[in-house]
Design a protein around this ligand. Structure first.
Ligand code: ZN
Length: 394
């Protein structure tokens, strides 16, 4: 009997460990006449979430305080992250980027042991700190103090110097590690199966579009769309693709379209050619790798467009003609009103699948769209229908 109880307990314990809770990504995107803010950070469902959020809030609050008045050059705050889960270890790096009068870059890392429930220091990882010191010295990184994260292959060391940081990767084979990094994580890469659809090109159409996701709300949004025989277009961020690959595949299987919305929501018009291409291509590759699908559309961040972006990509650039301002208003009835007050054939409606109020507003928006006799289709379906109509009429 005693043995049975022990077995039962260990069974529950093992199950509790392996059935990992869905990790999420928190998103804050704000734009006004004074500044631009694009923040993404991981939500790990562990106690480091408080530390991560505190760090994010620290930069968010101080940036907003500092730039509360209009400047000729709109300042930008961008926070991106790296996140991985190896065995019992969560590794998070937050990359803080401020582009104001000068460029500032900071990094903050967390390595968390889920079993011991503690944040690990370098001494918990390895005794080979002399090797790390050696790498720091030969790479001329400025100082001796560093932070770090791990992945399957390397230990990444960051040295912060005033307004910028340097990072180097040290192969884990060069170090005697005290922890086991052999990953047991199943890869969630699979190919979506796009459904065949028949759409009457002469029907009245609107295209619902969702930016900045996926997020914890996306799955519910695609279920609501499916229940109502609707499809939409999701302009996704590359840095969220691996975390939400299951939902992206499901979304494609339901007949929705995926578009590119950059890798980490940097303000594209402020980047050089190489950086813009990196933002676009990395996202294309990740979507292709995790879902088998290659996006044909791009929506530039903050809807900001210039000739460089027009010329640099072959993807179709898609903006919008109806803005719900769902990021600004917490009231779902206001979002419903903004989305539907003046419905016209060819409307492309801007929303964000990163807000609860958007999810709450969606059923009513769809109801009104349907009542007024519109189909909700993807952007590419709408473009194709418009093309066919032009051909028939011209
Ligand atoms: Zn956006």
């Amino acid at each position: 009997m005693y043995k049975k109880i022990i077995l039962l307990i260990s069974f529950i314990f093992i199950c509790g460990c392996s059935s990992k809770k869905q990790n999420n990504v928190g998103t804050i995107i704000e734009e006004n006449e004074n500044y631009i803010i694009g923040i993404n950070y991981p939500i790990t469902n562990t106690k480091i979430d408080t530390d991560i959020k505190e760090e994010v809030n620290k930069y968010y609050d101080s940036f907003k305080n500092k730039y509360s008045e209009k400047k000729t050059n709109k300042p930008e705050l961008n926070i991106d992250y790296e996140f991985n889960y190896i065995n019992n270890y969560i590794n998070v790096a937050l990359y803080i980027y401020i582009n104001a009068t000068e460029k500032e870059q900071y990094v903050k890392t967390f390595v968390y042991d889920l079993k011991q429930k503690k944040i690990l220091s370098i001494d918990d990882i390895t005794d080979d700190t002399d090797i790390i010191d050696y790498y720091i010295e030969i790479n001329d990184m400025g100082q001796k103090e560093y932070s770090f994260i791990l992945d399957n292959n390397s230990l990444t060391i960051f040295v912060q110097n005033e307004n910028s940081f340097k990072g180097i990767d040290i192969s884990v084979e060069d170090l005697d590690l005290k922890i086991n990094l052999t990953s047991n994580k199943e890869t969630k890469k699979a190919n979506a199966t796009l459904p065949e659809k028949v759409i009457d090109p002469n029907s009245k159409m609107v295209a619902l579009t969702f930016d900045d996701g996926p997020s914890q709300y996306t799955e519910k949004i695609i279920e609501i769309l499916k229940e109502n025989d609707c499809n939409a277009t999701f302009f996704v961020l590359g840095n969220k693709v691996s975390i939400y690959s299951d939902i992206l595949i499901k979304s494609l299987n339901y007949g929705n379209e995926l578009g590119n919305h950059s890798y980490n929501h940097k303000w594209l018009i402020k980047l050089n050619d190489e950086e813009i291409l990196d933002q676009i291509n990395k996202t294309q590759e990740l979507i292709k790798e995790y879902t088998g699908y290659t996006p044909k559309l791009i929506r530039p961040t903050y809807g900001s467009l210039n000739d460089t972006i027009r010329n640099i990509t072959d993807l179709d650039i898609v903006l919008w003609n109806v803005d719900t301002l769902d990021w600004k208003y917490k009231s779902s009835s206001r979002i419903v009103k903004n989305a539907t007050k003046n419905l016209k054939d060819g409307n492309i409606i801007l929303m964000h699948d990163t807000h609860k109020q958007t999810l709450e507003a969606l059923p009513k928006i769809i109801q009104i769209i349907k009542e007024q006799g519109y189909e909700c289709v993807t952007v590419s379906e709408m473009k194709e229908a418009q093309f066919i109509r032009e051909k028939l009429n011209g």
